[in-house]
Write a protein that binds this ligand. Structure first.
Ligand SMILES: *Cc1c(COP(=O)(O)O)cnc(C)c1O
Length: 419
């Protein structure tokens, strides 16, 4: 459920300074970094009270001046989490030391032996490993749907999951990595509600919003339960940090913060500060990256050596995917894939000729990054599952940055000439 925006302000405004009051930092316009692992108790009774607050949920709230030890929480986390929640339009947020730390914490909080999980395919490789290799060791099951806009297909995958055990989570990575395949969030919420009223246990709908980021898609407004974002990508935006965020209702986020204390996967003070700095400009960076991406995607679509482009802005008018996109997304993002005619040989030849674009995994940085999906990000995914998810041996993922678009197109052009 969306929360009212603080002071009625828009996300772009909240991104700049929400969560920090200069009175907290001796008047400094920007927040200080509290590089400390532990916090002084003002008195023995205050120490007892603050522990009671943390463990029993009673007494004075933990946070602000009531910190205990940085793994449990610290001022940088409080500020960052207030800002993340405000930007996403959510009641609460929790920040973790990576996107995968956020995903694993959700999994360990909600999935029990015998439970099942429903997710889309393709999906981020790390999430695939989590649900298909790691959690099955504890007796959990995962079932995938292939088209997240196909009502009948998703429902039959949900039935297959329920046949294996109670459905704990519905994971929707939308758009999905690397093909930008879209998932209908309203459909996921409907299915969760139906499963809940039928079985007495309603699965949580978890959306991975990493590929579009908070300014191009606002999952909490679509009534999903938890919105997960790898802050490493667009929010960090400079390929120089790792972090993950989860937003949602306080009743769902608080237990994840508690579990974070046990798992020890909180975000440290320095990275929390770096992220607050990055969040100030994420909307401006994504706007520029998205306008570049449109031009690059149009160029690739018309290139004779390119077999197809999976750019969201190209979804056919009148298609089911386009209807979901129009309902759910504010913009098309700047990460997509294109498929070369041919396979690995052609892809490798092209990649090795690039001069400006950097060949690396990850996305959402200021620089353009490019990589061959099958041999890198999706290396560990079985070939038939890769193909089912639309990843061929000629598929190349592109995360378009904020450079001058003419330089980007010239670089792609000379590399494609060499294929
Ligand atoms: C990168 C990514 C993750 C994992 O985030 P890390 O910060 O690298 O741990 C999860 N989901 C998607 C869609 C991603 O692109």
């Amino acid at each position: 459920m969306p929360a009212d925006p603080p002071q009625g302000l828009r996300p772009e405004t909240l991104a700049v300074s929400h969560g920090y009051d200069p009175a907290m930092g001796m008047g400094a316009v920007k927040p200080p970094i509290f590089m400390t692992s532990t916090f002084v108790y003002p008195s023995a009774q205050a120490a007892k009270d603050v522990h009671e607050a943390f463990f029993e949920g009673t007494g004075p709230a933990v946070g602000a001046t009531n910190h205990i030890y940085a793994r449990l929480g610290h001022p940088g986390l409080d500020m960052l989490e207030a800002r993340l929640a405000a930007i996403d339009g959510a009641e609460a947020a929790a920040a973790f030391c990576s996107g995968m730390a956020a995903h694993s914490t959700i999994a360990l909080a909600h999935v029990r032996p015998g439970d099942s999980v429903l997710h889309g395919r393709p999906i981020y490789g790390g999430v695939d490993m989590l649900y298909n290799r790691f959690l099955p060791q504890f007796g959990a099951h995962a079932v995938a749907y292939l088209d997240g806009t196909d009502d009948a297909g998703v429902r039959s995958a949900a039935e297959a999951a329920l046949a294996k055990g109670p459905l704990a989570l519905i994971i929707a990575e939308s758009p999905a990595n690397p093909t930008a395949a879209i998932v209908d969030l309203a459909l996921m919420v409907r299915i969760a509600d139906e499963v809940g009223s039928r079985t007495g246990r309603r699965p949580l709908v978890v959306v991975d919003n990493t590929l579009l980021g908070p300014f191009a898609q606002r999952p909490i407004e679509h009534d999903v339960d938890l919105c997960m974002t790898s802050l490493t990508k667009y929010c960090g935006g400079h390929s120089d940090l790792l972090a993950g965020g989860i937003t949602g209702a306080k009743t769902l986020v608080d237990p994840l913060r508690q579990l974070r204390t046990t798992l020890g996967n909180h975000l440290d003070p320095h990275t929390s500060w770096l992220l607050m700095r990055s969040l100030e400009s994420v909307h401006v960076r994504t706007e520029r990256a998205m306008s570049n991406a449109r031009a690059v995607a149009d160029y690739l679509r018309d290139h004779p050596k390119v077999a197809g482009v999976t750019y969201l802005g190209h979804l056919a008018e009148g298609s089911r995917q386009r209807a979901v996109y129009d309902r759910q997304c504010k913009a098309a993002g700047s990460t997509f894939s294109f498929h070369l005619h041919g396979g690995e040989d052609e892809a490798f030849r092209m990649l090795d000729c690039l001069r400006l674009m950097k060949m690396a995994v990850s996305l959402g940085g200021s620089e353009t990054l490019i990589c061959h999906s099958a041999s890198t990000t999706h290396y560990a995914v079985a070939p038939e599952q890769r193909l089912a998810g639309g990843i061929t041996d000629g598929t190349i993922r592109l995360s378009v940055g904020i450079e001058h678009v003419d330089d980007l197109i010239a670089d792609l052009g000379q590399a494609l000439d060499a294929v």
